[in-house]
Design a protein around this ligand. Structure first.
Ligand SMILES: Cc1cc2nc3c(=O)[nH]c(=O)nc-3n(C[C@H](O)[C@H](O)[C@H](O)COP(=O)(O)O)c2cc1C
Length: 169
C-alpha cells in the first residue's frame, strides 16, 4: 500500500471504548462536525447532528438506551446488564446523527458523515467510536422526550452516534 498522511489516518483509526473525562477542545469539535458536514449527501439538509457534552445528560441518555436495549434480545440483555456496563464508555462527547426520513438512503448519508467525523478526529489526535447503542434511547416511549431535549427536528430519525474524547491508557 502507498503511504501518505491520509492513508495513515484511515489505516490507524481504531474504535476506543474507554475515555478520560477530559473535554474535547471546542475548535477540534467544530472541525470534526464540519468534516461530517462535508461528506457526500443525496440532497442538502439530509442530516442533523445533536452534540451532547453534558456529563449528566450523557449518563441519562446511556441509561435510557440501556433500558430499551435490553429488550432487543437475550444477548443484548446479557451484554448491557453486565456490572458497570456503559455503552458510551465515559466519552465526554456524544454526537447523535439523525437522517431526514424523506431522503432516499438517509442511513447511508448519516454513515458517510460519521466516517468523516471518525477520520477527522483521528487526524486531530482525538479518539472515537461509531456506536449505535445511544440510538436505543429513541426506540421506546421516551423517544419524544429525547427528541425534544436534543432539539432533533421533526422528520429526522436518529440512526448513528459518534463518541469522542481522549483514550484511557
Ligand atoms: C453501524 C455500526 C454500529 C456500531 N455500533 C457499535 C456500538 O453500539 N458499540 C460499540 O462498541 N461499537 C460499535 N461499532 C463499532 C464496531 O464495533 C467497530 O468499528 C468494529 O469492532 C471494528 O473495530 P475498529 O473500528 O477498531 O476497526 C459500530 C460500528 C458500526 C459500523
Amino acid at each position: 500500500m502507498l503511504v501518505n498522511e491520509t492513508l495513515n489516518v484511515i489505516m490507524s483509526r481504531r474504535s476506543v471504548r474507554a475515555y478520560k473525562p477530559d473535554p474535547v477542545p471546542q475548535n477540534a469539535l467544530a472541525s470534526i462536525l464540519e468534516a461530517g458536514g462535508a461528506a457526500p449527501y443525496v440532497v442538502p439538509k439530509s442530516r442533523y447532528c445533536a452534540v451532547i457534552q453534558d456529563k449528566s445528560q450523557i449518563e441519562r441518555l446511556s441509561k435510557a438506551a440501556k433500558e430499551q436495549g435490553v429488550k432487543i434480545s437475550d444477548s443484548h440483555r446479557e451484554l448491557f446488564s453486565a456490572p458497570g456496563f456503559d455503552g458510551t464508555y465515559g466519552a465526554p462527547v456524544v454526537i447523535i446523527v439523525a437522517g431526514n426520513e424523506k431522503t432516499p438512503q438517509y442511513e447511508a448519508v448519516c454513515g458517510a458523515s460519521v466516517q468523516n467525523m471518525l477520520l477527522a478526529a483521528k487526524s486531530l489526535g482525538i479518539a472515537s467510536c461509531w456506536v449505535y447503542f445511544p440510538i436505543f434511547a429513541f426506540h421506546g416511549a421516551q423517544e419524544v422526550l429525547w427528541r425534544k431535549e436534543l432539539r432533533i427536528p421533526d422528520g429526522y430519525r436518529p440512526c448513528a452516534a459518534v463518541l469522542l474524547g481522549y483514550a484511557k491508557e
